[in-house]
Design a protein around this ligand. Structure first.
Ligand SMILES: C[S@@+](CC[C@H](N)C(=O)[O-])C[C@H]1O[C@@H](n2cnc3c(N)ncnc32)[C@H](O)[C@@H]1O
Length: 305
């Protein structure tokens, strides 16, 4: 895992540095954070790179723990057929890969990632895995791929995405769930939650709505309390010992890239020239990449019929 993360980080950082050199200023990156429910402009490759430098290793660790928890519950049996909605650059596929590897499960992965944005840095770790990308907005899916979720899917995952759909898009997703071809007698819904309280509430309410649809229209019983959220036990406020690498074996964030991310503003030529537009959004660009488990929160709901 360490090597995989650090190779990705170095690749992304090299591209980021090249962009920064070419552009000369970092104004496009202002607002690339989630404060107050903000949504970064992921269409912009420069923004994608900055987002990934800050969040990719930590999200990989969170999804790794989420899949590991799913396996430890021993509810589903292989094959695992994953539908990831809002998959980005497949970070949860990477988490799934390492969770299986840790368990010495070398079966191939069947993964479908959907996203309205065609992210850079998607790829397979194992050549033979079936990992496909569907470049759709969920609001278009109904027209193009009526039968999603499909007969084979037994894991449907929202990797930090469910709260980012507009109300209309989420309405479309609910229709897809109502008319889906889900056929498995056992399946799971998983969602990794945004950490701010009001965002967290939206994310959980939406999972609750999908749960009700699966019960009412697809004949499933939900085996879990829909309010159950998995959090890290060591997440006491200001606990200095909640470094992700302590919780996830092999997790690491390359030191050189880390120092550079903490000092992102140094790459802004306008800033170096005493830019008059300098404001609090600029200083935010020097924030740490996520290295602690404090924000990790996810739900796993089991369904049976
Ligand atoms: C916070 S990002 C998470 C990306 C990735 N799962 C990760 O962990 O890095 C949310 C993702 O949801 C996608 N998304 C938002 N609305 C969407 C929609 N209506 N249809 C498909 N994807 C959508 C965005 O493009 C973005 O990639």
């Amino acid at each position: 895992m360490k090597q995989f993360i650090n190779n990705k980080l170095k690749e992304i950082f090299a591209d980021f540095k090249r962009d920064a050199d070419q552009k000369g200023c970092l104004c496009e990156l202002k607002g690339t954070n989630f404060q107050g429910g903000r949504i970064p402009d992921y269409k912009n490759a420069f923004v994608q790179r900055y987002y990934l430098l800050r969040f990719f290793p930590a999200y990989l660790a969170e999804y790794y723990l989420m899949y590991d928890k799913l396996f430890s519950i021993e509810f589903l049996s292989p094959p695992f057929n994953v539908l990831s909605i809002g998959a980005g650059c497949f970070v949860d596929y990477y988490g799934l890969h390492f969770a299986k590897e840790e368990r010495k499960d070398y079966s191939l992965i069947d993964y479908t990632g959907i996203d309205s944005i065609d992210w850079h840095y998607k790829g397979k770790i194992i050549k033979q895995d079936r990992a496909r990308f569907l470049h759709y907005n969920i609001s278009e899916l109904y027209a193009f791929a009526k039968h999603l979720p499909d007969t084979k899917h037994n894991i449907i995952v929202f990797p930090k995405s469910i709260g980012e759909f507009t109300p209309v898009e989420f309405g479309c997703l609910k229709s897809l769930f109502k008319e889906s071809n889900l056929e498995k007698s056992k399946m799971c819904l998983m969602s990794s939650l945004r950490s701010e309280d009001n965002c967290n509430d939206v994310d959980r309410r939406r999972i609750g709505e999908l749960t009700n649809i699966l019960i009412k229209y697809r004949g499933y019983r939900c085996q879990d309390d829909i309010n159950k959220v998995y959090e890290m036990p060591q997440n006491q406020p200001n606990n200095p010992n909640n470094y992700i690498g302590k919780e996830v074996r092999g997790w690491d964030y390359d030191n050189t890239v880390c120092k550079n991310v903490r000092n992102t503003l140094a790459k802004c030529k306008k800033h170096q020239d005493n830019c008059v537009e300098y404001d609090s959004d600029c200083i935010q660009l020097n924030r740490n990449p996520i290295l602690k488990t404090s924000y990790m929160k996810y739900q796993i709901l089991r369904f049976e019929r």
